[in-house]
Design a protein around this ligand. Sequence first.
Ligand code: OAD
Length: 229
Amino acid sequence: MKKLVVLTGAGISAESGISTFRDSGGLWEQFRIEDVATPEGWRKNPKLVTEFYNARRKQLLSVEPNFGHIGLVKLEQSFDVTVITQNVDNLHERAGSKSIIHLHGELTKVRSERFDNLIYELSPDKYEITIGDKCERGYQLRPHIVWFGESVPMLEKAIQETSEADIFVVIGTSLNVYPAASLVHYTKPDTPIYIIDPNEININNPNWHYIRKVASEGVKELIDRLNNV
Ligand code: OAD
């Protein structure tokens, strides 16, 4: 089986009702990155940060995967598929993808602010944490999210997968945030790259195959194209 590696961003979950970050009306128009997505923001106002991620988790309870996520699972019949996602939602899991790398962490998990290896899965009916919730060694729990300025522990694995890809697909990311955006550069020179996005993205490479559609329609077209090569 050929190895298909897919890098996804917020755009793949947009049709499920989760807003993206940088589109008009996106999350970064409503919140300042430095307030809610940096270690400094956490130190300054942990309550605000906790509430921000509690709201994101609450939203997860009312959304469902769309055909963007589901179509990637269907591709597992013909390809060895790995999903590398920048998303912190769990819609790839809920669609049924078997191999998922979360580059920027997971909303459904929290960890000790002192001991990075003390990670806890929240149960779906207890998606909220509050200031005062502690790890087993007595330190405050924080969101299991990679904030700006923090290292990206899953990067090495993502690079490894990308470098082995026979086909690489990018769905719904503005490719604005590094190191995730740099992954495309780790593909083999002859690996075809497909980009699914309804909008123009800031990198235009003539060797890339652009599918200018929303994720659900774009993934349908991708399946047709890949089944005909
Ligand atoms: P962005 O908000 O930067 O980009 C979203 C992309 O999705 C844009 O290129 C849109 O054109 C595209 N898009 C919008 N609707 C779409 C749809 N229905 N189908 C397909 N594509 C669509 O989001 P990301 O690139 O994911 O990190 O942002 C990267 C990181 O920046 C996030 O993981 C997050 C954020 O700050 C952290 O918080 C650490």
